[in-house]
Unconditional design. Structure first.
Length: 337
Protein backbone atom coordinates (compact mmCIF):
# COMPACT_ATOMS: atom_id res chain seq x y z
CA UNK A 1 0.00 0.00 0.00
CA UNK A 2 1.04 3.59 -0.43
CA UNK A 3 0.84 6.00 2.53
CA UNK A 4 -2.68 7.18 1.69
CA UNK A 5 -4.06 3.64 1.36
CA UNK A 6 -2.40 2.53 4.59
CA UNK A 7 -3.64 5.62 6.43
CA UNK A 8 -7.21 4.85 5.42
CA UNK A 9 -6.88 1.17 6.30
CA UNK A 10 -5.65 2.08 9.78
CA UNK A 11 -8.20 4.84 10.35
CA UNK A 12 -11.00 2.41 9.55
CA UNK A 13 -9.98 0.22 12.51
CA UNK A 14 -11.25 1.76 15.73
CA UNK A 15 -8.43 1.96 18.30
CA UNK A 16 -9.40 4.35 21.07
CA UNK A 17 -7.11 4.12 24.08
CA UNK A 18 -7.44 0.75 25.77
CA UNK A 19 -8.95 -0.88 22.67
CA UNK A 20 -5.93 -0.89 20.38
CA UNK A 21 -5.71 -4.67 19.86
CA UNK A 22 -7.40 -4.90 16.44
CA UNK A 23 -5.26 -2.12 14.98
CA UNK A 24 -2.21 -3.64 16.65
CA UNK A 25 -2.90 -7.03 15.08
CA UNK A 26 -3.34 -5.41 11.67
CA UNK A 27 -0.01 -3.59 12.02
CA UNK A 28 1.72 -6.67 13.32
CA UNK A 29 0.50 -8.69 10.35
CA UNK A 30 1.58 -6.00 7.88
CA UNK A 31 5.05 -5.62 9.44
CA UNK A 32 5.54 -9.37 9.92
CA UNK A 33 4.94 -9.82 6.18
CA UNK A 34 7.36 -6.99 5.39
CA UNK A 35 9.96 -8.39 7.79
CA UNK A 36 9.67 -11.88 6.30
CA UNK A 37 10.42 -10.51 2.83
CA UNK A 38 13.32 -8.28 3.91
CA UNK A 39 15.17 -10.16 6.63
CA UNK A 40 13.66 -8.43 9.64
CA UNK A 41 11.83 -9.47 12.79
CA UNK A 42 8.37 -8.34 13.90
CA UNK A 43 6.99 -8.87 17.38
CA UNK A 44 4.25 -7.96 19.79
CA UNK A 45 5.75 -6.22 22.83
CA UNK A 46 3.55 -7.00 25.89
CA UNK A 47 2.19 -4.01 27.81
CA UNK A 48 -0.74 -5.51 29.75
CA UNK A 49 -2.48 -8.89 29.29
CA UNK A 50 -4.80 -7.28 26.71
CA UNK A 51 -2.53 -4.63 25.18
CA UNK A 52 0.73 -4.69 23.24
CA UNK A 53 3.09 -2.48 21.25
CA UNK A 54 4.25 -3.52 17.77
CA UNK A 55 7.99 -3.58 17.03
CA UNK A 56 9.80 -4.45 13.80
CA UNK A 57 13.58 -4.36 13.48
CA UNK A 58 16.15 -4.94 10.78
CA UNK A 59 19.49 -5.68 12.39
CA UNK A 60 20.32 -3.79 15.59
CA UNK A 61 18.30 -0.58 15.25
CA UNK A 62 20.40 2.57 15.27
CA UNK A 63 17.38 4.70 14.31
CA UNK A 64 13.83 3.89 15.45
CA UNK A 65 10.72 5.50 13.96
CA UNK A 66 7.91 5.57 16.50
CA UNK A 67 4.43 6.91 17.16
CA UNK A 68 1.20 5.73 18.78
CA UNK A 69 -1.58 3.41 17.68
CA UNK A 70 -4.35 4.72 19.94
CA UNK A 71 -6.72 7.60 19.24
CA UNK A 72 -9.13 9.73 21.22
CA UNK A 73 -12.88 9.09 20.93
CA UNK A 74 -15.23 9.30 19.17
CA UNK A 75 -14.34 7.01 16.28
CA UNK A 76 -15.30 7.98 12.75
CA UNK A 77 -14.21 6.18 9.60
CA UNK A 78 -12.02 7.47 6.80
CA UNK A 79 -12.88 9.29 3.63
CA UNK A 80 -10.77 11.20 1.17
CA UNK A 81 -11.03 13.99 -1.32
CA UNK A 82 -8.52 15.40 -3.74
CA UNK A 83 -6.51 17.10 -0.98
CA UNK A 84 -7.06 15.30 2.33
CA UNK A 85 -7.57 12.00 4.11
CA UNK A 86 -10.21 12.48 6.82
CA UNK A 87 -11.08 10.38 9.87
CA UNK A 88 -10.21 9.76 13.48
CA UNK A 89 -6.46 9.32 13.76
CA UNK A 90 -5.76 10.51 10.22
CA UNK A 91 -3.19 13.00 11.53
CA UNK A 92 -2.89 11.81 15.14
CA UNK A 93 -1.27 9.47 14.44
CA UNK A 94 -2.25 6.84 11.85
CA UNK A 95 -1.13 8.92 8.90
CA UNK A 96 2.22 9.19 10.67
CA UNK A 97 2.38 5.40 11.07
CA UNK A 98 1.69 5.03 7.35
CA UNK A 99 4.39 7.56 6.41
CA UNK A 100 6.93 5.84 8.67
CA UNK A 101 6.13 2.40 7.23
CA UNK A 102 6.36 3.74 3.67
CA UNK A 103 9.73 5.35 4.44
CA UNK A 104 10.99 2.09 5.94
CA UNK A 105 9.87 0.17 2.85
CA UNK A 106 11.87 2.54 0.63
CA UNK A 107 14.94 2.26 2.83
CA UNK A 108 14.77 -1.53 2.93
CA UNK A 109 14.33 -1.73 -0.82
CA UNK A 110 17.57 0.29 -1.13
CA UNK A 111 19.37 -2.13 1.20
CA UNK A 112 19.38 -0.01 4.35
CA UNK A 113 19.47 -1.88 7.66
CA UNK A 114 19.85 -1.08 11.37
CA UNK A 115 16.47 0.58 11.67
CA UNK A 116 13.31 -0.09 13.62
CA UNK A 117 9.59 0.71 13.70
CA UNK A 118 7.94 0.95 17.13
CA UNK A 119 4.23 1.67 17.46
CA UNK A 120 2.90 2.01 21.01
CA UNK A 121 -0.43 2.00 22.83
CA UNK A 122 -1.80 4.46 25.32
CA UNK A 123 -0.26 7.78 24.34
CA UNK A 124 -3.57 9.63 24.50
CA UNK A 125 -4.30 8.68 28.10
CA UNK A 126 -2.03 6.44 30.18
CA UNK A 127 1.26 6.21 28.21
CA UNK A 128 1.57 2.55 29.21
CA UNK A 129 3.03 1.61 25.83
CA UNK A 130 5.98 4.01 25.96
CA UNK A 131 6.60 3.21 29.63
CA UNK A 132 6.74 -0.50 28.75
CA UNK A 133 9.05 0.18 25.81
CA UNK A 134 11.41 2.11 28.09
CA UNK A 135 12.06 -1.15 29.94
CA UNK A 136 13.03 -3.00 26.73
CA UNK A 137 15.97 -1.17 25.19
CA UNK A 138 17.27 -2.59 21.89
CA UNK A 139 20.32 -0.37 21.51
CA UNK A 140 18.73 2.33 19.35
CA UNK A 141 20.72 5.59 19.27
CA UNK A 142 18.02 7.87 17.80
CA UNK A 143 14.23 7.95 18.28
CA UNK A 144 12.21 9.78 15.63
CA UNK A 145 8.86 10.32 17.32
CA UNK A 146 5.86 11.24 15.19
CA UNK A 147 3.20 13.78 16.13
CA UNK A 148 1.47 16.41 13.96
CA UNK A 149 4.04 19.20 13.52
CA UNK A 150 3.33 20.06 9.85
CA UNK A 151 6.59 18.31 8.96
CA UNK A 152 8.62 20.75 11.03
CA UNK A 153 11.21 19.57 13.54
CA UNK A 154 10.09 20.48 17.06
CA UNK A 155 12.69 22.18 19.24
CA UNK A 156 10.57 21.77 22.35
CA UNK A 157 7.27 20.44 23.67
CA UNK A 158 5.36 21.22 26.82
CA UNK A 159 4.91 18.70 29.59
CA UNK A 160 1.65 17.60 31.19
CA UNK A 161 0.47 17.29 34.77
CA UNK A 162 -2.97 15.77 35.26
CA UNK A 163 -4.98 15.63 38.49
CA UNK A 164 -8.35 14.52 39.75
CA UNK A 165 -9.85 16.59 42.56
CA UNK A 166 -12.48 14.90 44.73
CA UNK A 167 -14.70 16.95 47.03
CA UNK A 168 -16.89 15.46 49.77
CA UNK A 169 -20.14 16.73 51.25
CA UNK A 170 -23.21 15.58 53.15
CA UNK A 171 -26.49 14.44 51.64
CA UNK A 172 -29.63 16.39 52.52
CA UNK A 173 -32.97 17.40 51.07
CA UNK A 174 -32.43 20.48 48.90
CA UNK A 175 -35.30 22.24 50.70
CA UNK A 176 -33.15 22.18 53.84
CA UNK A 177 -29.60 22.89 52.63
CA UNK A 178 -28.51 23.81 56.13
CA UNK A 179 -28.75 20.11 57.03
CA UNK A 180 -26.20 19.08 54.41
CA UNK A 181 -22.98 20.22 52.78
CA UNK A 182 -22.66 20.58 49.03
CA UNK A 183 -19.61 18.86 47.59
CA UNK A 184 -20.27 20.69 44.31
CA UNK A 185 -20.10 24.10 45.98
CA UNK A 186 -16.95 23.05 47.86
CA UNK A 187 -15.37 21.95 44.57
CA UNK A 188 -16.33 25.18 42.80
CA UNK A 189 -14.73 27.22 45.57
CA UNK A 190 -11.51 25.23 45.24
CA UNK A 191 -11.50 25.52 41.45
CA UNK A 192 -11.88 29.29 41.71
CA UNK A 193 -8.68 29.38 43.77
CA UNK A 194 -6.89 26.93 41.48
CA UNK A 195 -7.62 29.20 38.50
CA UNK A 196 -5.83 32.03 40.31
CA UNK A 197 -2.54 30.12 40.63
CA UNK A 198 0.21 32.11 38.86
CA UNK A 199 1.68 29.79 36.23
CA UNK A 200 5.29 29.85 35.01
CA UNK A 201 6.52 31.12 31.63
CA UNK A 202 9.49 30.02 29.55
CA UNK A 203 11.34 31.87 26.81
CA UNK A 204 11.16 28.93 24.38
CA UNK A 205 7.94 27.13 25.37
CA UNK A 206 5.81 30.13 26.32
CA UNK A 207 3.33 30.05 29.20
CA UNK A 208 1.97 27.18 31.26
CA UNK A 209 -1.76 26.66 30.89
CA UNK A 210 -4.57 25.03 32.87
CA UNK A 211 -7.59 23.22 31.48
CA UNK A 212 -10.48 22.10 33.71
CA UNK A 213 -11.49 19.22 31.51
CA UNK A 214 -14.38 17.56 33.35
CA UNK A 215 -16.66 18.27 36.30
CA UNK A 216 -19.03 15.61 37.62
CA UNK A 217 -21.01 15.09 40.80
CA UNK A 218 -24.31 15.13 42.58
CA UNK A 219 -27.28 12.80 42.48
CA UNK A 220 -30.37 14.86 41.60
CA UNK A 221 -31.47 18.50 41.47
CA UNK A 222 -33.36 18.12 44.74
CA UNK A 223 -30.49 16.49 46.66
CA UNK A 224 -27.51 18.26 48.25
CA UNK A 225 -24.47 16.65 46.60
CA UNK A 226 -22.25 14.46 48.77
CA UNK A 227 -19.48 14.05 46.16
CA UNK A 228 -18.05 15.91 43.17
CA UNK A 229 -14.96 15.49 40.99
CA UNK A 230 -12.98 17.55 38.51
CA UNK A 231 -10.15 16.57 36.18
CA UNK A 232 -7.44 19.13 35.53
CA UNK A 233 -4.60 19.27 33.01
CA UNK A 234 -1.67 21.65 33.34
CA UNK A 235 0.61 22.11 30.32
CA UNK A 236 4.07 22.54 31.76
CA UNK A 237 6.99 24.69 30.61
CA UNK A 238 9.27 23.93 33.57
CA UNK A 239 9.74 21.71 36.59
CA UNK A 240 6.47 19.98 37.47
CA UNK A 241 7.18 20.43 41.20
CA UNK A 242 6.48 24.16 40.94
CA UNK A 243 2.92 23.63 39.70
CA UNK A 244 2.31 20.58 41.90
CA UNK A 245 3.29 22.49 45.04
CA UNK A 246 1.14 25.47 44.07
CA UNK A 247 -1.89 23.22 43.51
CA UNK A 248 -1.37 21.50 46.86
CA UNK A 249 -1.17 24.88 48.58
CA UNK A 250 -4.37 26.07 46.90
CA UNK A 251 -6.35 22.93 47.75
CA UNK A 252 -4.86 21.82 51.06
CA UNK A 253 -7.38 20.15 53.38
CA UNK A 254 -10.40 21.00 51.23
CA UNK A 255 -10.40 18.28 48.55
CA UNK A 256 -8.62 15.02 47.85
CA UNK A 257 -5.93 15.50 45.19
CA UNK A 258 -5.02 12.50 43.01
CA UNK A 259 -2.14 12.85 40.56
CA UNK A 260 -2.88 10.85 37.40
CA UNK A 261 -0.04 11.72 35.02
CA UNK A 262 3.20 13.66 34.97
CA UNK A 263 5.31 14.24 31.86
CA UNK A 264 8.06 16.84 32.04
CA UNK A 265 8.61 19.40 29.25
CA UNK A 266 11.21 18.62 26.64
CA UNK A 267 13.86 20.47 24.66
CA UNK A 268 15.33 18.95 21.51
CA UNK A 269 17.95 19.70 18.90
CA UNK A 270 17.74 21.24 15.43
CA UNK A 271 19.11 19.63 12.28
CA UNK A 272 20.39 21.45 9.22
CA UNK A 273 17.91 21.66 6.38
CA UNK A 274 14.69 21.16 8.36
CA UNK A 275 12.28 23.95 9.36
CA UNK A 276 11.60 24.09 13.10
CA UNK A 277 8.71 24.76 15.44
CA UNK A 278 7.77 24.63 19.13
CA UNK A 279 4.66 22.70 20.20
CA UNK A 280 2.37 23.11 23.18
CA UNK A 281 1.25 19.49 23.35
CA UNK A 282 2.88 16.62 25.24
CA UNK A 283 4.40 13.52 23.68
CA UNK A 284 5.53 10.05 24.73
CA UNK A 285 9.19 11.02 24.35
CA UNK A 286 9.92 11.68 28.05
CA UNK A 287 8.37 8.32 28.97
CA UNK A 288 10.93 6.49 26.82
CA UNK A 289 13.53 7.83 29.29
CA UNK A 290 16.29 7.76 26.69
CA UNK A 291 16.06 3.99 26.27
CA UNK A 292 15.54 4.33 22.50
CA UNK A 293 18.04 7.09 21.89
CA UNK A 294 18.25 10.82 21.30
CA UNK A 295 14.73 12.08 20.46
CA UNK A 296 13.53 14.05 17.46
CA UNK A 297 9.90 15.07 16.99
CA UNK A 298 8.34 15.55 13.55
CA UNK A 299 5.28 14.47 11.60
CA UNK A 300 2.66 15.44 9.01
CA UNK A 301 -0.62 17.13 9.86
CA UNK A 302 -1.78 19.98 12.08
CA UNK A 303 -2.40 19.54 15.80
CA UNK A 304 -5.21 22.10 15.46
CA UNK A 305 -7.48 19.55 13.78
CA UNK A 306 -6.38 16.55 15.85
CA UNK A 307 -9.00 15.44 18.41
CA UNK A 308 -11.73 17.28 16.47
CA UNK A 309 -14.57 16.31 14.16
CA UNK A 310 -12.55 17.90 11.34
CA UNK A 311 -9.47 15.69 11.77
CA UNK A 312 -7.64 15.27 8.48
CA UNK A 313 -4.17 15.10 6.96
CA UNK A 314 -3.01 16.55 3.68
CA UNK A 315 -1.97 13.99 1.08
CA UNK A 316 0.84 16.35 0.11
CA UNK A 317 2.12 16.38 3.70
CA UNK A 318 1.87 12.59 3.92
CA UNK A 319 4.03 12.27 0.84
CA UNK A 320 6.42 14.87 2.20
CA UNK A 321 6.67 13.02 5.51
CA UNK A 322 7.74 9.82 3.75
CA UNK A 323 10.61 11.79 2.20
CA UNK A 324 11.47 13.48 5.51
CA UNK A 325 11.60 10.21 7.44
CA UNK A 326 13.64 8.50 4.75
CA UNK A 327 16.22 11.29 4.64
CA UNK A 328 16.34 11.61 8.44
CA UNK A 329 17.11 7.93 8.85
CA UNK A 330 19.86 8.12 6.24
CA UNK A 331 21.39 11.22 7.86
CA UNK A 332 21.35 9.73 11.34
CA UNK A 333 22.82 6.42 10.20
CA UNK A 334 25.68 8.32 8.56
CA UNK A 335 26.16 10.42 11.69
CA UNK A 336 26.44 7.26 13.78
CA UNK A 337 28.81 5.48 11.39
Amino acid sequence: MDAVQLTRALVDIESTTGAEARAGEYLYGYLASLAARTGGVAERMPVTPQRFNVLATWGTPVVTLSTHIDTVPPFFASREDEEFVWGRGSCDAKGIIAAMVAAAERLLEAGTRNLGLLFVVGEEKDSLGSLAAARVSRGSKFLINGEPTENKLALGSKGALRFELVARGKLAHSAYPELGESAIENLLDVLEDVRKIPLPRDELLGKSTLNIGTITGGRAPNVIADEAQAELMFRLVGDSAVVRNALNDATRGRVEVREALCTEPLRMQALDGLPTTVVAFTTDIPNFAGAWGIPLLIGPGSIHVAHTSEERVSKKELSGAVNVYEELVKKLLVANA
